[in-house]
Design a protein around this ligand. Structure first.
Ligand code: IVH
Length: 739
């Protein structure tokens, strides 16, 4: 192996250029043929060890990869030219020959235990209570109890045996009593020192977890894919598979890492009295120890750690499946004893499993607002990621094909954090007589499952669509829900159930029909009283007063989201102007200006504004097609006739020219957080835009102001850390001049 295995992690280093240490080396030995090769080799080894430690353990490299590679190559050349210099703990000696006949068994000098699990707060409190009781029973003072909390790494356990500071053997956990000798493979992991710093006791067995970082795992899978080889299911499997390679040269190419979390046999050394102290001690010996750790006094402190880590989990570079609590005083460990194979001094507090297996009962097809057909997996209910899951989106037919799913399959379902559940893959199918007829292939329907019209998949598109447009009741329902949503016309109370009844009962087929509904008709519907009918009529009436941008967004034109709707509303005075635009002429004008701007840029002159910048040909095509459809124009006419309108109709720039508009906030970026006293988020955002400002979802160095209300969250901390100004609603109003 030559050079530093390139991890997915960028090779950023704190101090560019060669380390000052390089110049401390015996000089004139670039090729290794100088006066004292032995001294040069030792110096190079010390340097490479140090760089490995900085890179893999401290996560703070100080030299560029090229410099490291150069030193490494020099050492290799030196050892080749002077075979007498070869040493088993040289960084060049990490990769040895293949193991013949598999891995030899290793009996652990002290058993490798497992941990009891807790899945909720009560179990953690129960653990703490039992520990205190046991201590009291032994005549010890529970008030002195402290816990050490750390992460539960999702990899595989190994024991590393160091004798007089040299790594002599490494073994997997196996059944806890006997594991496998994986020394040759462990030696290839650069995070693991072949030689310890300072401490060189007779025996020190370090216990910890071998794992693969998430980004390295992704990169490995990408390489596997390119090479046409099998991809790994998750980082833990990839780590386990890599460690069990018979050829260490293969393991060496796999980006494995290690975190130490304890010790086994120790002879000839005084070890720290506490677990937290032990971790620090291992760290000072040059071993990687996870940085996320804490000492807590009681169950509340442990739960606080669990919650803090839970929030940060997704941002960690490696996978964890929980946290581990250990009684900090190590002399109390033996005293507390063991139950079966698990110690009473420790507890694993696990996150809810993010993956579970269930049955794919069926695949149903939903029709969306734009006619898009989405296959949805109907699943036998399964508890995963903390909730019961019965559906998961399958996105499109290619996705089903790629995952090779069949109805009747046992499938792995994943739900991590708040993300939408997904079907990850199918388990291998059973074959033979009994399994006959159990599995069924799925094909996307060529007739719309709702209206029976044809479905179409255009060249180059992943989705199949129902061609019927608003004649398809499913699309009509979705179009109405889109129209009524808060960010569009904001008709409170018009939910899914009600829209279903209105469409199915033939009461409403286009958004314009909503404005003809009366309270008496509505009161006759299921689950509608007179009061709620009256409220809905009022909400519909209120929605008549809107903004041009909201109106355009509400129409549900394909590719016209809120942002594009705003751009269009700013560029056109009214619907007629937009619908009547000569799009070809506009495209030609745009192209000409862009060309002119390229020239101006070359001359260092400021560019001319491009009309409808950010509105590309795909959007333009969609807008053009929308207004070319007579039915759509009728709906728009009907809406306007029903009294839907906005301030400053016919104003020069739509919303931007609303009576109260200004350029007071031009060029300023705002972030909203918390609940403002009188404005909703949308209203505040609209107010900011009305005065030329822009609104962003997250705080960055570019943010000018954070507008904070009650119960403002982490955005406020971020603002403070970046020194961004924080204002309240009153100050915002002051800046805009609006009362
Ligand atoms: S301590 C006596 N600490 O969890 C305690 N184990 O169920 C022995 N693990 O096989 C283990 N992170 O693979 C401990 N910080 C941590 C851990 C950890 C992961 C794994 C380890 C072990 C399993 C126990």
């Amino acid at each position: 192996m030559s050079g530093r295995a390139r991890d997915a992690r960028a090779s950023r280093f704190r101090r560019p250029g060669a380390s000052p240490l390089s110049s401390d080396l015996p000089s004139g030995h670039r090729t290794g043929h100088g006066a004292d090769p032995a001294a040069r080799a030792e110096a190079l080894r010390a340097l490479i060890r140090r760089y490995d430690h900085e890179y893999y353990v401290l996560d703070a490299p100080t030299v560029p990869d090229a410099e490291y590679d150069r030193l490494f190559a020099e050492l290799q050349a030196l050892e080749r030219d002077h075979p007498g210099l070869a040493a088993p703990d040289s960084p060049t000696a990490r990769v040895g020959g293949a193991v013949a006949g598999g891995f030899a068994p290793v009996r652990h000098s002290r058993p490798m235990l497992s941990l009891n699990n807790a899945f909720d707060d009560d179990a953690v409190r129960g653990f703490d209570r039992r520990v205190r009781e046991l201590l009291a029973e032994s005549g010890l003072d529970p008030a002195q109890l402290r816990y050490s909390a750390e992460l539960k790494y999702d990899g595989l356990a190994v024991g590393l045996r160091y004798e007089r500071g040299r790594l002599v053997q490494a073994a997997t956990r196996g059944d806890g009593a006997v594991g496998e000798d994986v020394t040759a493979n462990i030696r290839t992991i650069r995070a693991i020192p072949l030689r310890l710093e300072g401490v060189g006791p007779e025996v020190l067995e370090v216990r910890g977890e071998v794992l693969m970082w998430s980004a390295d795992f992704e990169a490995l899978n990408a390489r596997q894919r390119e090479a046409g080889e099998k991809e790994f299911v998750n980082p833990r499997n990839a780590a386990a598979g890599s460690l069990r390679q018979l050829d260490p040269a293969v393991t060496a190419r796999r980006p494995l890492r290690f975190f130490a979390y304890g010790v086994g046999e120790v002879r000839g050394a005084e070890t720290p009295a506490t677990h937290s102290g032990l971790l620090a001690w291992l760290e000072s010996a040059g071993l990687p120890v996870g940085p996320e750790r804490a000492v807590a006094n009681d169950a509340d402190g442990l739960l606080e750690f669990f919650r803090r880590i839970g929030e940060r989990r997704a941002a960690l570079p490696y996978q964890i499946d929980g946290v581990v609590y250990k009684v900090d005083r190590r002399d109390w460990h033996e005293l507390l004893g063991y139950v079966a194979r698990a110690p009473r001094f420790a507890l694993a507090h696990k996150f809810p499993a993010e993956e579970a297996v269930t049955e794919l009962l069926d695949i149903e097809v939903q029709v969306g607002r734009t006619g898009k057909l989405t296959p949805v997996a109907r699943l036998a209910p399964v508890f995963v990621g903390g909730v019961t899951v019965t559906n998961a989106t399958l996105h499109n037919e290619d996705e089903i094909e790629r995952k090779g799913l069949m109805i009747g399959d046992r499938v792995v379902v994943r739900r991590a954090g708040d993300v939408i559940p997904e079907v990850v893959r199918a388990l291998p199918r059973e074959h033979g007589h009994e399994a006959a007829g159990r599995y069924r292939r799925f094909g996307m329907p060529h007739a719309c499952p709702v209206c029976g019209s044809a479905t179409e998949r255009e060249e180059g598109e992943a989705d199949r669509r129902c061609v019927a447009g608003l004649y398809c009741p499913a699309q009509r329902r979705q179009a109405l829900l889109h129209f009524a949503q808060r960010r569009a016309m904001d008709i409170d109370g018009l939910g899914e159930k009600l829209v279903g009844q209105l469409v199915d009962g033939g009461l409403v087929s286009t958004p314009a029909d909503l404005y003809r509904l009366d309270a008496a008709t509505l009161a006759g519907l299921e689950r509608m009283g007179e009061k709620s009918a009256a409220n809905l009529v009022e909400a519909i009436d209120r929605s008549r007063r809107t903004t041009f941008a909201r109106f355009l967004f509400a129409l549900g034109i394909r590719h016209v989201g809120e942002e594009v709707a705003r751009l269009l509303a700013d560029a056109y005075p009214d619907v007629d102007a937009l619908a009547g635009e000569d799009w070809d002429a506009l495209a030609a004008r745009k192209a000409a200006i862009q060309k002119e701007n390229a020239r101006r840029r070359a001359r260092g002159e400021p560019p001319e504004p491009v009309p409808l910048e950010g509105v590309g040909p795909e959007i333009v095509d969609s807008v053009r097609r929308f207004f070319a459809e007579p039915h759509n124009r009728e709906v728009v006419e009907a809406l306007l006739a029903a009294g839907v309108g906005w301030e400053a109709p016919g104003g020069a720039a739509g919303e931007g020219a609303a009576a109260a508009g200004s350029h007071a906030l031009a060029g300023k970026t705002f972030v909203l957080t918390g609940t403002l006293p009188s404005l909703t988020r949308e209203q505040a955002a609209e107010m900011i835009r009305r005065h030329g400002g822009s609104v962003s979802g997250s705080v960055s160095k570019k943010t000018d102001y954070v507008v904070a209300g009650e119960a403002a969250g982490s955005k406020l901390d971020k603002a403070a850390s970046l020194g961004v100004a924080v204002i309240d609603e009153a100050a915002l109003r002051g800046m805009t001049g609006e009362k």
